[in-house]
Design a binder for this molecule. Structure first.
Ligand SMILES: O=c1ccn([C@@H]2O[C@H](COP(=O)(O)O)[C@@H](O)[C@H]2O)c(=O)[nH]1
Length: 288
């Protein structure tokens, strides 16, 4: 079976534009009292419809665990069915932001990798390397570590200066995991594809992270409902080869009247903006 990175690269390189990730965040009315079986079917139908309407343009799907847990045990069973429904050649990245002491992380690994069968996860770095090791030792998976999140409050913790490196924490995290990935390559050790989460709402930090780790895959949420600027995101985060970014959009697609049209519009906008930036870069190179 293809690994996370094999699936991602194939999708990203073969889809024109190749950056759009569709977020599967089914907003439910938690006060609505429908019969559980109906609610479960409704949740499933909504997700399936979204996948049917967007799969041509998606390089990955990103379901967020919270939106399924909000429907209790039924929601978790829908999540499993939705993960199974996602076409096998499109990687599924579960947004669960987990990480715990090693033995507990192993249980998350089992739940997400073996039971749900997702290709990748998001993890938080605050409990240190040993909390992330259980996730990254699975070589066929993708593990996206929170570096700089898209919310306003991220400034409070993620910009504090690290005592040893004197770097802002988000950059210290990027450097730490770059070193881990590079050391593994040098020592011939196989690891998962390690990526970073850097919000599209933070182009300055995105640029710094890209400079720090030129070839890393970055998951960059914030376009659409969070109003990040697409041009600044691409300018700051694209790799030299025009790839390396995964742009998840949830509400910007699902809250549109027509999800198919919204995905198409985002896809075109992303593709056009990317071409514009690549041409600018090319012109600058030849002008030197
Ligand atoms: O820094 C982060 C990390 C994760 N997210 C998640 O991405 C989606 C964004 O949803 P939109 O509707 O496109 O705003 C959602 O699941 C967040 O929990 C993030 O926004 N920022």
């Amino acid at each position: 079976m293809a690994s996370f990175i094999e699936k991602l690269e194939k999708r990203a390189y073969n889809t024109p534009g190749g950056l759009l990730c569709v977020g599967i965040d089914p907003h439910i009315d938690t006060h609505m009292h429908t019969r559980p079986s109906e609610a479960q079917q409704d949740l499933y139908n909504r997700c399936v419809q979204l996948i049917q309407q967007t799969h041509t343009h998606a390089i990955a799907y990103k379901p967020n665990l919270a939106f399924f847990m909000a429907s209790g045990l039924d929601g978790l069973s829908v999540l499993k069915k939705v993960c199974d429904y996602i076409p096998n050649d499109i990687p599924t990245l579960l947004d669960c932001k987990c990480g715990d002491i090693g033995s507990s992380s192993e249980m998350y690994v089992h739940s997400y990798y073996n039971i749900l069968g997702v290709d990748g996860v998001t993890v938080h770095p605050y409990m240190g390397e040993d909390s992330i090791k259980p996730f990254i030792k699975h070589t066929n998976k993708g593990v996206f570590i929170l570096s700089k999140t898209s919310n306003m409050g991220s400034n409070m913790s993620q910009h504090t200066t690290h005592a040893h490196t004197q770097l802002p924490l988000y950059l210290h995290i990027a450097r730490t995991y770059k070193n881990i990935a590079q050391k593994a390559i040098e020592e011939g050790e196989q690891l998962a594809c390690i990526g970073l989460v850097v919000g599209a709402t933070a182009p300055h930090e995105l640029k710094n992270v890209r400079k720090e780790w030129p070839n890393v895959w970055i998951l960059s949420p914030g376009l659409g409902a969070q109003q990040a600027d697409l041009y600044s995101t691409l300018k700051a985060g694209l790799r030299e080869d025009g790839h390396g970014l995964i742009l998840p959009i949830s509400r910007g697609i699902t809250q549109h009247q027509d999800a198919r049209k919204a995905a198409e519009e985002w896809h075109t906008l992303i593709n056009n903006t990317k071409q514009e930036i690549l041409q600018e870069t090319c012109a600058q190179t030849y002008a030197i």
